[in-house]
Design a protein around this ligand. Sequence first.
Ligand code: SF4
Length: 244
Amino acid sequence: MTDTHPAIRVSEIFGPTIQGEGVLMGLPTVFIRTGGCDYRCSWCDSLHAVDNRFRHEWETMPIDAVWQSVVALSGGRPVMVSLSGGNPAIQPFGALIERGHDDGYRFALETQGSVARDWFADLDVLVLSPKPPSSEMRTDWAAFETCIESAQEKPQIVLKLVVFDEGDYAFAKGAAARFPRLLVYLQPGNHTPPRPGNEDAPVDLDGINKRMEWLVEKVTRDRWFEARVLPQLHVMLWGNKRGV
Ligand code: SF4
């Protein structure tokens, strides 16, 4: 049978492993990491899926092939599928989500909230991660709100904010105040992100842990009791290693 759906530009498909961040932390997950992003964050930890210099590593795959990979990795047992990137919102995921749901799989997508898609309403979890000032990106809040509207209150929507410094913390508080109904997850930034081809370079775990401590102190001192502060579990376990 011919697959008539648009193809998906894939950087890597891997798992199952645990989700290392945010609301689904610890949950066994298969990851579909897409290639390409409309942002260029200064501290991006997934440059191999962002920078066009690595385009030769990406593969434009029919939905059938993507889905076969997920099923093979999960042994046919329904599992959470994380759509990440890059920015997965610029890929046509609607048909894949429909197909996966038919087989009992669930889908989470993480995006910066710059591009809204009508299939956001078909997700199970939508993680919106607006990028703080240290990223050197600017959030288009109108586009961001369109992402929330596109979800039509169907998936669980959470905010995830990376914090490096005071400016990022103020941004996170502002973002949370804009969307008081959404759960908020804060995570200390990794100032030693992987560089493509050099994923074995060590992470500064002590530095990240100090930032985590600082963040916990900030949140508790401010009595910001709605925020949840979490580390990146995969960084603690495997550093900058890819595909885990
Ligand atoms: S939005 Fe995400 S994937 Fe894109 S450049 Fe920023 S950190 Fe990297």
